[in-house]
Design a protein around this ligand. Structure first.
Ligand code: PXP
Length: 253
């Protein structure tokens, strides 16, 4: 796989978090999204939460109007969010858990428990031409059920692995990475497209880019945090380079 076909989705939520701390317009997440695209992002990810903690409705409208790259809308599977997605028609929508009871022990969406709720939601969004993904742990049952409920894409939750790496818990990190590796292979064998994200930094992004099944990484917090020390363009360019280094080490197919 040529390194350049591995996509980087830049999550701009935390630009909005800083803006919202003062309640004004600065820094504008839409301006950050346009800058991210210039710096090499293949898409922009934004999570409209029920409490509008970071991205707001108006940000989604402005993103849709101005973005030249695909918009990936992160959302809970609620009627309100489905209606917003159907109106905004983003390229993709990633269904994430919003409340504690929707989460598996590993932190991803509990697709097994929510099977009956998710089937019509996914069908409705797919019928509107939105590419639906499910943000799940690399758990065999969750992956199999994701395929059953009709989602074409999964995004593997990398949070537990990234935390173990950062905390230097090497045994735990190795176990978590093995789980992600096996999960990615299983998902691909079921015909699912595989994305990954949460907590990734340069090091973990480079490592996970070596997995041949992964076609997209969605990264936000680290990039916005690094921008304090360098710039958003620099952190995105360095992330792109880290991903390309990892992807270049994929096994020959
Ligand atoms: N992917 C999904 C589905 C997410 O919910 C998040 C966090 O909003 C991310 C990726 C990005 O995670 P981070 O901000 O830790 O890079």
């Amino acid at each position: 796989m040529p390194a350049s076909t591995l996509r980087l989705g830049v999550n701009i939520d935390h630009v909005a978090t800083i803006r919202n701390a003062r309640g004004g317009r600065h820094p504008d997440p839409v301006k950050a999204a346009l800058l991210a695209v210039e710096a090499g992002a293949d898409g922009i990810t934004a999570h409209l939460r029920e409490d509008r903690r970071h991205i707001r409705d108006d940000d989604i409208t402005r993103l849709k109007a101005r973005l030249t790259k695909p918009l990936n809308f992160e959302m809970a599977a609620t009627r309100e969010m489905v209606d917003i997605a159907l109106k905004a028609r983003p390229h993709a929508a990633c269904i994430v858990p919003e409340r504690r009871q929707e989460i598996t022990t590993e932190g991803g969406l509990d697709v097994v428990r929510q099977h009956n709720h998710l089937v019509p939601v996914i069908a409705e969004m797919k019928a509107a031409g939105i590419r639906v993904s499910l943000f799940i742990a690399a758990d065999e049952k969750q992956i199999d059920t994701a395929a059953e409920v009709g989602a074409p894409v999964i995004e593997i939750h990398t949070g537990a692995w990234c935390e173990a790496v950062i905390d230097g818990h090497n045994t735990m990190a190795a176990i978590e990475f093995e789980r992600i590796k096996k999960g990615a292979a299983r998902a691909r064998s079921l015909g699912l497209e595989v994305h990954a994200g949460h907590g990734l930094d340069y090091q973990t992004a480079e490592t996970i880019s070596m997995l041949p099944e992964i076609v997209e990484l969605n990264i936000g917090h680290f990039l916005v945090g690094e921008a304090i020390f360098t710039s958003l363009s620099t952190s995105i360019r360095e992330m792109r380079a880290a991903m390309d280094r990892g992807a270049a080490r994929r096994p020959a197919s």
